[in-house]
Design a protein around this ligand. Sequence first.
Ligand code: SF4
Ligand code: SF4
Length: 204
Amino acid sequence: MYYLAEQDREQLMMRATECLDEGSSIKDKIKTAQHLYDLWSDQLKREPNIHQLIGKLERCLENSRAAMLELGIVETCKHCDEEEGGSCCGAGLENKFDTFLLLMNLLLDVSLPERHHRHDSCYLLTDKGCRLKVRLVLCVDFLCPKILNAMSKGDLIRLQKVSGDELTTAFILYDAIKKFLRNKKRAAVIWYGKDAKQTKGDSF
Ligand code: SF4
Ligand code: SF4
């Protein structure tokens, strides 16, 4: 478990939840994330702090997944989606993602969807469930009344601990990746779209 001072945590969360490319479509964001991945993934994965954080996040995600399976949440959500008219992963939620969060998923070996599988739902929801490993705070934190009512207080505390670790680690990694890329001139050109032609010719 991380223990950050409240002020540090707030600052980190604020930086990590800026959505700099809010106006772009999810397909454009995925394309940009893929370009950044092609350019920088080797260096990002070799950078010691980022390398260590990716490993830590993988372990946090495993712990969260194990807790959700053991507490029956995965099964309940599957039933909700398949038998009760659809999950709560509504259409448009994909617009809350920014390119860095998508890039993080690529760094964790996620293959991002090339098409919208279920038009009445989030773009990132496929027939096998959510395609992502690193999700929004909203996706990780949300527990509907059906799930909440079925959980004991002890179970809820356990889940909140593993989710808190997952989110904090993801925030720190997100921040580290942003700083790394902001220090790279070519990435800045791509990110802020200052010269598309130069970017294309230069890098992709
Ligand atoms: S969180 Fe609740 S509403 Fe959403 S998919 Fe799971 S069971 Fe259904
Ligand atoms: S959990 Fe996945 S599919 Fe559901 S809203 Fe979040 S990103 Fe979309």
